[in-house]
Design a protein around this ligand. Structure first.
Ligand code: DX5
Ligand code: ZN
Length: 221
């Protein structure tokens, strides 16, 4: 089985203790930290913006995987490029997606493109040579703690095939509903990066214990 990175999302963490929660994820062996920026327009919720991401930059050395769920993301990418390893934008709100991806790279971050469950793979096919990461949403974005739409794993496998056939080196990330009981299927579909929100921060055990359980489930696959 190929190496799979775990990217805890703080969306369902305790926002009054964010620094502490992030340190717990780091101590638990997180590979990345997934940060969900929502604007109340592309999705109904509002979360946080660059000021909070900047504050978190000071409490951890984990690379940041910023997920911009905002309209007109091209107006916001610059604020995140120096804070994040990867800045991900949704194709649904990016009419000039390749220009925006190029801008993210020019500003020094890896660029990622995300697709919602209702968006076909063809919407990103022309971006595959230009992109460092593809994020397939396995929930309709907006909230943590939703159940994975497992049908979307078929889409993950299709993207995997296109990346491999084209010789493209983008990583392939899954976001939404990742849990110990489905991580093996996510990896088998070809994902390299798994976002895990409520399975780390809203689970029964500590973030450390939850991450260990996810790793065990991956290892057993
Ligand atoms: C939702 C976010 C996800 C969210 C995942 O719109 O993009 O990153 O945190 O949470 P879980 O893992 O609970 O589905
Ligand atoms: Zn996300």
């Amino acid at each position: 089985m190929h190496a799979v990175l775990l990217a805890p999302s703080i969306l369902t963490a305790d926002f009054a203790r964010l620094g502490e929660q992030v340190r717990a994820a780091e101590a638990g062996g997180a590979d990345l930290l997934h940060l969900d920026v929502m604007d109340g327009r592309f999705v109904p919720n509002i979360t946080f913006g660059a000021l909070v991401v900047e504050a978190l930059r000071k409490v951890t050395t984990l690379p940041f995987d910023v997920h911009l769920m905002v309209v007109e993301p091209e107006r916001q990418v610059a604020a995140y490029c120096e804070l994040a390893a990867t800045v991900n934008v949704h194709v649904e709100v990016s009419p000039h997606i390749n220009r925006t991806l190029g801008e993210i790279r020019r500003l020094g971050a890896r660029c990622g493109v995300c697709i919602n469950p209702g968006t076909p793979v063809s919407a990103i096919e022309e971006s595959l040579p230009e992109v460092d990461q593809v994020m397939v949403m396995t929930i309709n974005p907006g909230w943590g703690g939703q159940q994975m739409i497992e049908r979307q794993l078929g889409k993950v496998a299709r993207v995997r095939r296109l990346l491999d056939e084209g010789g493209y080196r983008a990583s392939l990330e899954i976001d939404g509903g990742v849990k110990a009981e489905n991580v093996a299927r996510c990896a088998a579909a070809g994902a390299d990066v798994l976002v895990c929100g409520s399975s780390v921060f809203n689970a029964e055990g500590s973030p450390e214990e939850s991450l260990a359980a996810l790793r065990r489930a991956l290892g057993a696959a």
